[in-house]
Write a protein that binds this ligand. Sequence first.
Ligand SMILES: [Zn+2]
Length: 268
Amino acid sequence: MIVVGAIIEALDQAFHFSTQDTWDNSGLIVGDPESEATGAICSVDITESVVDEAISLGYNVIIAHHPILFRPLKRLNYADEEQRLIAKAIKNDINLIAVHTPLDKTPIKGTSATVGAKLGLTDMRILVPEQYSFGECGYGVIGTLDKTVSSAEFLSHVAKTLNCQTISHNGIQKESIKTVALCTGSSIEFASKAELQHADAYITADIKYHQMASSEKMLIMDIGHFESEKVSTDIFLRELQEKFPNFALRISNASENIIKYYINTDGK
Ligand SMILES: [Zn+2]
């Protein structure tokens, strides 16, 4: 029998919950660590469709990248979607776990490092390192491509590799992009660190209009929040499959981008 607490422990060993930012809420958000885990689904977000999927599968654990709750909850009176979802999870004995900023900060198998590897970056190091007793972790990665590419070639490579329908960028035309920095999620604040470390391009998400103008040297790209973090479900699955080979695990079919795109194809 696998208890929910054992899953939390495995995730903690791999991703170090203690590294989470003060505003974050990673860990077991709803549930009972002593209850038996009947199966787990991995998702980027906890939405009603994901909770319904868990219920219909008979799996009582959801492991998500984004926590369902960030603020303290004073009442549970079904006043909003968040509360309704939490109540639904409790009524159905569903355990909700989030691994948010610890996953972002984990070297080698965290979100940024995994996206960096997918893009073919080598010699990767942490962009914004933090020191802990167990070693170094931190936000973002910086590494090098095996051959230099132009801005247009790099945009195409990123869009294809990460399956992005659109990429917003600052239009900097470079002939030779070799050093690339990235940080998954909303992380334009680290663009200056990337520039200081001589990155030719910086990839992140949720960039506001004026923030896009924060560099005249680097190609800055907004690939979309979900697109940058959807690797999180693969990371959870791989980690838990290794530790619990006979446990029922799957990536949620309902884990999808909250943002939908309208593509204007008639060119007007
Ligand atoms: Zn995120």
